[in-house]
Design a protein around this ligand. Structure first.
Ligand code: NDP
Length: 419
């Protein structure tokens, strides 16, 4: 029996909410709060009579700590799930600290305004010191460690699929199969087709910022940064087939490098079709991915926000997306002095997801782990105080929950490695 405040009501949050409603014995009461309350009310109405979970809704602008604090004080939840955008991570963490409540999210902090001079000064110093230039990194949220520890609270960061399940896969591998880890390759393949020439599978602004940025990977104790999409490999994915994949910077590389200091190399690859890449390059070349406001007919517009308004809403892709996703980790290392390889992954079918929760597999593979992470915090199986990423917790009950609630793992002990 618990009360959970879920902030955000977009593509991922609707999966989280529908999955929570499948477990009313745990999620007995939820409040869906977002910037646009009408979306929360529409979802609540569509679930009416189908769940025993008691649902309420609220309007909140989570950019403002005082608004979130007032809502938490009024609703008195056991946990706040931030399923809005990475821009709201710090304000919601501040509100959780002010009210003494546990926090979780699915993506690490990045600022909405990357031209903000105060943020930029810290960012440029970090680029030089660490050697990667992505706008997002864990330093902002790791800075809350002591505050959460002292308050006796837990903040669970990045509990979607990647980041999230990918780190639990590494923790599971280390716990059960390896003494030391040598390399980790995270492979994210979306073999789905939505029929549009160009659309993104989750929030377009966050997604396009991520994939148009320089790639980077961890090697022998430091970051190696490369031009965007400069490293390409082919891989034959189980149940999908041969796909082109590209090396990207991704947030869990940073926390995995900290958790497994013995690892010689950690990389992240994502598949993209040629049409996606050509569209993205063209949009980038004409300035449509810019976050810097431009004047248009006397009004300031942010090009990437305008583009978001034109692109299909990722939440609307569900009925038209066919095919499967395959996301997992290939790990090499040693057990009892013997070299081993191990591949752990999940295969998820877009149409099966749509039948169950009216959503495509990208939102599903993010929303189900978020619900399972909330379950771990609420039932006390994950109870370390402070600010933690997924690989720091016991992976076993989490992977059992994923097996049970829609994202079963597949294991292979003789995988083809990526060169
Ligand atoms: P959407 O854009 O579909 O939804 C975002 C939601 O947040 C909307 O309901 C939006 O409200 C709300 N929101 C935005 N700003 C505010 C604010 N200031 N105050 C309150 N609510 C706000 O995004 P997605 O559902 O696609 O993505 C959600 C999160 O999941 C993102 O952080 C994304 O990075 C993360 N993600 C993580 C993955 C993983 O594997 N770990 C994979 C995919 C996504 P409104 O309706 O008013 O716009």
């Amino acid at each position: 029996m618990s009360r959970v405040l879920i902030i955000g009501c977009g593509g991922v949050a609707s999966v989280v909410i529908r999955k929570c409603c499948q477990l009313p014995e745990v999620f007995s009461e939820i409040c869906i709060a977002s910037r646009t309350e009408s979306k929360c009310t529409a979802l609540k109405n569509s679930l009416e009579g189908k769940t025993k979970t008691v649902i309420t809704t609220a309007q909140v602008n989570a950019d403002h700590v005082d608004e979130v604090t007032a809502l938490i004080n009024q609703y008195k939840p056991d946990l706040v799930m931030n399923i809005a955008l990475p821009y709201q991570d710090l304000t919601i963490m501040d509100a959780c600290l002010a009210c003494g409540v546990n926090y979780m999210d699915t993506a690490n902090y990045e600022p909405e305004d990357t031209e903000d001079p105060a943020w930029r000064a810290v960012y440029e110093k970090r680029c030089k010191e660490k050697g990667f230039s992505a706008y997002f990194d864990y330093s902002w949220q790791w800075a809350y460690k002591e505050k959460f520890e002292q308050a006796g609270l837990t903040a669970l960061l990045g509990c979607g699929f990647d980041p999230g399940v990918t780190q639990a896969y590494c923790a599971y591998a280390k716990k059960h199969y390896f003494d030391t880890i040598d390399t980790i390759d995270i492979l994210d393949c979306n073999g789905g087709d939505h029929g549009y020439p160009f659309a993104t599978n989750f929030n377009p602004e966050v997604n396009l910022r991520e994939v148009s940025a320089p790639g980077s990977y961890w090697e022998n104790g430091h970051w190696v940064e490369i031009e965007p999409m400069a490293i390409k490999r082919e891989y034959d994915f189980d149940k999908i087939g041969q796909k082109d994949m590209y090396l990207l910077h991704h947030e869990e590389i940073e926390s995995l490098a900290a958790a497994y200091p013995e690892a010689k190399r950690i990389r992240f690859f994502m598949t993209f079709g040629q049409s996606y890449l050509t569209h993205m390059k063209c949009l980038e070349n004409v300035g449509m991915l810019s976050t810097v406001p431009a004047m248009f007919e006397g009004k300031e517009i942010v090009p990437i926000k305008f583009l978001k308004a034109l692109l299909p809403d990722p939440a609307s892709l569900g009925p038209r997306t066919h095919g499967k996703t395959n996301i997992g980790c290939i790990i090499t290392g040693k057990k009892d002095g013997i070299e081993k390889t191990y591949y752990i992954y999940n295969i998820c079918d877009h149409q099966e997801c749509y039948k169950e929760v009216e959503s495509q597999a990208i939102s599903y593979t993010t929303g189900v782990p978020a619900m399972c992470g909330a379950l771990m915090l609420l039932n006390g199986q994950w109870n370390q105080k402070g600010v933690h990423t997924v690989e720091e917790f016991n992976p076993d009950p989490f992977l059992e929950a994923l097996d049970q609630y829609g994202l079963p793992k597949t294991e292979s002990f003789d995988p083809v490695l990526v060169d």
